[in-house]
Structures are given as C-alpha cells and as structure tokens.
Design a binder for this molecule. Structure first.
Ligand code: LLP
Length: 432
C-alpha cells in the first residue's frame, strides 16, 4: 500500500512511521518536519555490508554518500555501522569530523576542490581523495609535499556508460564535468602522471554512472570498462591498482511506478564481473568501494506538513498549499520528481481527489507535485510526502527567509530531535 514498509495506518486512521503516529509527531515537534527512520537506515547499511560479505568475501567498504543527508547524527550512525562516508566538501568533512567520524574512512570527492579543502583533507588525514582532473592532481602533489604527507588517491574516470536516467544527474558519459575520459586517453595519461608523483599514492580508480538507476546492466558494464582501464594502467605504468570504487546510484521506490531491485543484487552481479575480468587480465581482485546515498536514507524519510489553504480552480486544478515546499524539498522544482503523498490524519480514507501540492514560496514553480492522488484535503490536515530522506534536507534553502525544519529520528518506538528547527535568530546570524 505504501512505498516503504515502515508506513502503516493505526486504529485512529492515522499514518504511522516506524510504529509512531505521525499526527502526534506533528503536534509534538511542529511542522514542517523531516522524519527519519534510524532502524531502516541501519538496516540498509547492513544489507549492503552483508552483500559484500556474501558475494565479495568481505573485501570492500560501503561508503555512504553523505550528500544525500548530511548532519552529525547520520555520521555517528555510519560510524557505528562500520561504514565509510563519501564527502564532497570541506563542510561535509567538517561535519563528519565533528561527529567523531574517523577521517581514514572518508572518501573526498569533487570536480573543483579548493586548496583550502585539499589542505584540510590532508591535515585531518582523509583516507582517500578521488582526484578529478590534472590541475587538482598537481595541486594535491604540491600541497602534500609542503605538508609532508602522501595522500592515497583514486582517479575519477568517466567510463562512458549511459545509465538512462534524468539527464541532470547523469555523470558517466564523456560530456560530464566529472573525471577523466577513457576514450580520449586522458584517464590513462592521468595515471601515468600520478604514478610519477612523489607525494601521491595512487591506489585505484573510481566511477559513478548516475543516480536513481534500476537496471544492473549499466553497473556491470561500468565495472567491465573499469577493469579494462586498470589493465591498461598496469601495462602502461606497471602500477597495479588495488582499489575500485563503483560509486552509488541505486534506485529507490518513490511511487508505484518505480521497481527497485534488492540492494544485494547489485553486489551479487557486479562482483561476478569484477572477479571474472580480474582473472582474465591477471590482476588481483580489487578491494571494492560502493557509495550508495539515496538508497540508504531516501526510503527511510518522510516530510510532514500542515495544509494551509485549498484553492479550487474549476476545470483546471485544485491547489493544496502546505507550510513548506521547495525550500525543504526542491526536487520537484528541479527535476519534476514524483512523490507519493498521504493525509496523515485521514490515511484510512480513499484517495478520491487529485491535487497539485504547492509550497509557500513566492514562486509559481514552488510545487511538491502535480496530479497527486490524495484524500480530500482541508485546512489543518497533516500531509505526509513519502520517501524524502535523500536530497531534501541536504538541498534545502532559506529562500524567502524560510526556516529549515527540524529532523526527528525514530527508532525502536522512540523519537528524538537530531537537527533542531531553525529559528528567526538563525536567519539573521550572519547578517551585519
Ligand atoms: N558517489 C558519487 C561520486 C556521486 O556523485 C553520487 C551522487 C553518489 C555517490 C550517490 O549517489 P546515490 O546513491 O545517492 O544515487 N540531487 C540529485 C542527486 C544527485 C546525485 C549526485 N551524486 C537528486 O536529488 O536526485
């Protein structure tokens, strides 16, 4: 009935999340409110870890892509689950360090890392830096020399795989701002350069072919291409790359239209390809890293709003406006991403209406969805948008000087605030 199995309807007809009444949570913590099911997040981490144990002899690391949801508590959870984390900015590194996350289990990404960020990563001993371009490679070699360090790096490679997803989040093809292209020889050249550098420890290659992908074939193809690249690097430089990072991108269920594959299936099929190709090329089976973001936190989150107004425009559409919108979830405005919604206080009633859910920003494009099936909404109802755990809070903004909602974690029937709701004072904190 619902897109995630932690959602149900209780005897009051209210939507429950992780066993707790969402209407009660809305009253207790206020709206708009992000809810995250910690138990489900942990379960997803374990599924990925288990799949590496089962199909890859444990020779790998699950690095949660924290751009999907970054706050101190999520890094604590990842630490306690024995996961690594993928970071993409000095801000994410800082947040994770502040939460006590060990730097050695961080991977640092980015197509335009600043000197400040690279130096910060070196100073704190970030475990792996994924180098995106030659300018960065040279800069890192210089900074590492100055700091007396020798960072472990992987090269970001474009395997040229089209993952059939939304073009905004497609990164595997040649026309991408990320990484070195294989086709042009650029990727091999980067390995030649890196292998010669005194202050660089080149250990592997990385690729990420896109996001919200349901098909396993593009991942298998990417793995095959990457092993071919590792073979070429070995032949050309003599360097045996011992690590392969295959990125993230595993799809989740936002609506009934989405049919994700079980997370374990990815490793099951990818590991076969990697092992087979390594044997064929006479290379050691590489240590593998994967970077799921959306699939770890996405299905584990919902956002709860209060309905303010209902506006019926005959023969056109019915608007239902809520006390949030593109500020807490810009994904419909950016990508026309579809979500399921339910009236939390009328969850036992049929969805006999079709509405446009609008936010409160001064912007016509501030929508959370169009043609959304919903129970009949009236002012004061509580509306839940489902599967919002990824790329909602992390992409939120203060546009129109709206305050960011709190995040409440639910675990074992208990709830607690993990990110406080912003206040008016927070909004003017940096204003002079
Ligand atoms: N690794 C790298 C290098 C990435 O660039 C990304 C996502 C991931 C891992 C995690 O991918 P995931 O497992 O979450 O699909 N804002 C967009 C998504 C952008 C994804 C960017 N990179 C959205 O809201 O759909």
């Amino acid at each position: 009935m619902f897109v995630s199995n932690n959602l149900a309807v209780n005897e009051k007809g209210h939507l429950t999340f992780g066993g707790l009444d969402t209407v009660d949570l809305a009253v207790q913590y206020g709206t708009p409110l992000y809810l995250i099911d910690e138990d489900m997040v942990r379960d997803h981490c374990r599924q990925y870890k288990q799949s590496i144990e089962e199909y890859y002899d444990g020779k790998g690391l699950v690095c949660y892509a924290s751009k999907a949801l970054s706050c101190k508590e999520i890094y604590r959870i990842m630490k306690s689950e024995g996961c690594g984390v993928d970071t993409v900015s000095i801000g994410e590194i800082y947040t994770s360090l502040s939460a006590g996350f060990p730097a050695r289990d961080m991977v640092f990404h980015g197509n335009n890392k600043t000197e400040e960020a690279l130096s910060f990563a070196l100073e704190h001993g970030v475990g792996r830096i994924v180098v995106d371009n030659l300018t960065e490679l040279k800069k890192l070699n210089r900074l590492a020399g100055e700091a007396g360090k020798k960072p472990t790096i992987l090269l970001r490679v474009k395997p040229g795989v089209d993952a059939h997803t939304h073009s905004f989040i497609r990164t595997g093809q040649i026309d991408s701002k990320f990484g070195f292209a294989i086709e042009t020889g650029e990727a091999l050249e980067a390995a030649v350069e890196a292998a010669k550098m005194e202050h660089i420890n080149l250990v592997g290659a990385h690729c990420h072919i896109g996001s919200q992908i349901f098909d396993i074939d593009p991942f298998k193809l990417a793995a095959e291409v990457m092993l071919g690249y590792m073979k070429d690097v070995h032949e050309k430089t003599g360097v045996v790359l011992t690590e392969l990072n295959l990125g993230g991108g595993f799809g989740i269920k936002y609506t009934e239209e989405d049919a994700p594959v079980p997370y374990a299936d990815y490793m099951k099929q990818i590991s076969d390809v990697v092992k087979q190709k390594a044997a064929e090329y006479g290379l050691p089976v590489p240590f593998i890293l994967i970077e799921p973001g959306r699939s770890i936190v996405g299905p584990a989150g919902i956002t709860v709003y209060t309905v303010g107004t209902r506006k019926e425009i005959p023969n056109i559409r019915n608007y239902v406006s809520v006390d949030g919108g593109m500020c807490d979830n810009p994904r419909y405005a950016l990508y026309q991403s579809k979500y399921d919604a339910v009236l939390a206080n009328k969850a036992d009633q049929p969805k006999d209406d079709v509405v446009t859910i609008a936010g409160e920003c001064c912007e016509s494009g501030d929508l959370l969805g169009e043609n959304v099936p919903l129970q009949h909404a009236e002012s004061g109802d509580i509306l839940a948008v489902l599967a919002t755990g990824a790329y909602n809070y992390s992409m939120s903004s203060n546009y129109n000087r709206n305050m960011k909602p709190a995040i409440v974690a639910v675990s074992q029937g208990e709830s607690r605030v993990i990110v406080k709701r912003e206040t008016l004072d927070d909004l003017i904190r940096n204003d002079i």
